[in-house]
Design a protein around this ligand. Structure first.
Ligand code: AMP
Length: 374
């Protein structure tokens, strides 16, 4: 296991908020940061020592990043797989490229989760609309049709209740192959962030309970309000997937909890995750610090939760009310990502609140009038 030490340079592909928070964690220890992003003033660019301004799949730019970096990581999965694979042949990319190939495509992702032995919803794959129509009977209704590529925050997916309604998924095939999976009547959504180093040492962060609004994460509540037995199942499933994929770095595993206490894996993200931001304040090791430890070949730290906490996302429409209200809430840890334009629904920042009383704090969030219900 190659060890990367403070003073050396970590290269990050992608300059968004995840890159920024990775970079900030690394800079605390004295690492230097190089970032590749098409925007000069990107969230990570603002805190980086070296900025390479180019597209993520620009081969020359990737080479340039490799030249100035001692280790390379990425902050999101929608980067060019071939480019990353080529880079990994000459540069130190401890996470490799395989995980990106798998998680970029829901078909591959589902197949790998299945092979790992972790539970997934019953599903079929389809390359054409006609294939979907022919095979949908194996899944039944209601189901959810999802594009295999490029969907996020609920985009590129539709819930289908009848054969006639399947028609709504026809246009998806213009951009991508698809999967159709059984609708899971879940009672809660949770996520497990598992982190692993090249020696196979791994830890899960405390499990988060996730509340979405309009398909975008709104709140993460930690610890998730579920039985210890379900937490165990969730961690075991994440462990199976991480070992099967020979994970190095971070894997976020989103799951559904069923009424009977069983879990079903929804999807994977091969990077720090929005639902793990609470760990910056609430744990003895944040998801970003642990990610840096993993890719730098350091031993991992066993995570501990200092206090229950709630993380709330700050979207474009929440920025102004937050600026007005934050002076009234000294317990709110405010993180803004330095994005120039506060567009509606755009993730601009988040707030973490450590608390002894989750219900009172949930109420405080509601009555603050920052996250108004539109
Ligand atoms: P995804 O983009 O796959 O994370 O899906 C976004 C959201 O859609 C999830 O957080 C769920 O709330 C919902 N969803 C996705 N797949 C299913 C499913 N098979 N059954 C029920 N709800 C789902």
């Amino acid at each position: 296991m190659t060890t990367i030490l403070p003073g050396q340079t970590i290269g990050i592909i992608g300059g968004g908020q995840l890159g920024r928070m990775m970079g900030l964690a690394a800079k605390e220890a004295g690492f230097r940061i190089a970032v590749l992003d098409p925007i000069e003033d990107s969230p990570c660019g603002q805190i980086a020592d070296i900025r390479i301004v180019a597209d993520y799949d620009d081969e020359h730019a990737l080479q340039e990043l490799a030249q100035v970096s001692d280790v390379i990581t990425y902050e999101f999965e929608n980067i060019d797989y071939e480019g990353l694979k080529k880079l990994a042949e000459t540069a130190h990319v401890p996470q490799g490229a395989e995980l990106v190939r798998i998680t970029q495509n829901r078909m591959n992702e589902k197949a790998e989760i299945n092979t790992s032995g972790a539970p997934v919803a019953n599903y079929v794959t389809a390359h054409t609309f006609e294939e979907l129509e022919a095979n949908i009977g194996q899944v039944g209704f209601p189901c959810i049709v999802k594009t295999a590529f490029g969907g996020y925050d609920g985009k590129g997916q539709v819930k289908v209740d009848t054969l006639e309604q399947l028609e709504e998924a026809r246009t998806f095939f213009e951009h991508s192959t698809c999967i159709a999976e059984a609708f899971v009547p879940f009672v809660k959504e949770i996520s497990v962030i598992i982190q692993r180093n090249a020696e196979g040492q791994s830890y899960c962060l405390p499990v988060a309970e996730n509340i979405h609004k309009d398909h975008i994460l709104h709140e993460s509540i930690v610890p998730a309000r579920i039985d210890e037995a379900i937490i165990k199942k969730a961690e075991e499933a994440a462990g199976k997937i991480a070992n099967h994929l020979e994970l190095v770095g971070t894997l976020a595993v989103e799951m559904f909890v069923l009424e009977d206490g069983n879990i079903v894996i929804n999807e994977l993200a091969p990077r720090p995750h929005n639902s793990g931001h609470y760990s910056i304040e609430a744990c003895n090791v944040s998801q970003f610090h642990q990610h840096i430890r993993a890719i730098c070949g350091w031993p991992l730290r066993k995570p501990r939760l200092w206090a229950s906490s709630i993380m709330v996302n700050v979207l474009g429409e929440h920025v102004e009310p937050l600026q007005e209200m934050l002076v009234h809430y000294p317990e709110w840890s405010v993180h803004m990502y330095g994005k120039a334009e506060a567009k509606e629904k755009r993730k601009m920042g988040h707030v973490t609140i450590m608390t002894d009383d989750i219900d009172t704090t949930l109420e405080e969030i509601k009555t603050s009038n920052v996250w108004f219900n539109k």
